[in-house]
Design a binder for this molecule. Structure first.
Ligand SMILES: [Zn+2]
Length: 329
């Protein structure tokens, strides 16, 4: 597969009709000695540039507005976050050294995912070199997630009439508890989560489809659980937009992962999720997630593989038509 992807890259000559969303602010966040590897964002950006991308292939993130956040989060929670008035218990749940810089980081990340879905609807595919904060709830944050960028972006597209229905395909190692909760009573969003069961979060609100794997599960277990659902779910639910949370943490190299899943299997995962959407002409916005390998380069490599698969899939299915009756701009 590596050979195919590399030959595709050379053939493309980087005349890509889809964009990457990024901000240099992402990696400048100083979290001190923290598990969350913000430097991976810069390293990934540099690897994408090294593939041959140039500035014109990137769109700069902008911070999400209060109005955007209010589509998902409660006014009380937003106010507490913006004024630094979270209680010590609330800060503890975030597992982050809370500061104005952290707030800015999550505003930028949320705005970045909004740009990613907007661009995916225009061109069929967009990749946010960030995002994926699926543990944030309307009234609280947890597990390194302050605001739920995916939920805010989907709700904004819905409010603007750009989509009727969306699907979240969450392939992070951890269950997408925030997304599952937020959309539990909203039938216009289908939530899918494939995750390791015996890990955080202990409480897992039901997604529309949850697939739980166990510590020790290998490539075959992972792919045989994932693949029967695609393209089936796309054909049945008929989303106007897929937001794909391409988590790097299911990797066997990840410190948090108990799964025995290789890089090759994760590339196949990316191909199943992105390729099947592409064949059905469903726009895909890709966001990153997780990634706590002991060597940060391993996490960056996993994310880069997702980017390469997206390029390869695009090359094989270059024609894109908006199938929804609702036209994007
Ligand atoms: Zn995770």
């Amino acid at each position: 597969m590596a050979d195919i992807v590399d030959s595709v890259l050379s053939l493309l000559n980087w005349k890509l009709p889809f964009k990457f969303i990024y901000s240099n602010e992402y990696w400048m966040l100083d979290l001190g000695h923290h598990l969350f590897p913000v430097k991976k964002y810069r390293m990934l950006y540099e690897r994408v540039i090294a593939l041959g991308a140039s500035n014109k292939d990137f769109i700069q993130s902008e911070p999400a507005s209060d109005e955007d956040l209010l589509l998902v989060h409660s006014p009380e929670y937003i106010k507490k976050v913006m004024t630094g008035k979270l209680s010590s218990v609330e800060v503890q749940a975030l597992e982050l050294p809370f500061s104005p810089a952290v707030v800015r980081f999550f505003l930028m990340m949320t705005g970045g995912t909004i740009k990613a879905v907007e661009n995916a609807l225009k061109t069929g595919l967009a990749v946010h070199l960030g995002g994926g904060f699926h543990h944030a709830f309307p009234d609280h944050g947890e597990g390194f997630c302050v605001f739920n960028d995916i939920a805010v972006a989907i709700e904004k597209m819905k409010k603007q009439g750009k989509i009727d229905r969306a699907m979240i395909v969450d392939c992070d190692l951890h269950h997408g508890n925030g997304n599952a909760f937020i959309f539990s009573k909203k039938d216009y969003v289908f939530t899918f989560s494939i995750h390791q069961v015996d890990l955080y979060p202990t409480e897992k609100p039901s997604s529309d489809l949850d697939i739980g794997l166990w510590s020790g599960d290998n490539d075959e277990a992972y792919l045989s659980a994932l693949s029967p659902n695609f393209p089936r779910l796309y054909q049945e639910f008929k989303p106007d937009l897929v937001v794909y949370l391409a988590g790097a943490d299911p990797s066997q190299q990840d410190m948090l992962s108990g799964l025995n899943v290789t890089a090759e299997a994760l590339k196949k995962r990316d191909k199943i999720v992105i390729g099947n959407a592409r064949k059905l002409k469903i726009p895909v916005a890709i966001v990153l997630g997780g990634g706590y390998a002991s060597e940060i380069e391993q996490t960056v490599e996993t994310h880069l593989n997702t980017v390469k698969v997206a390029i390869s899939v695009w090359k094989r299915n270059p024609q894109f038509l908006v199938t929804s009756s609702i036209q994007s701009e």
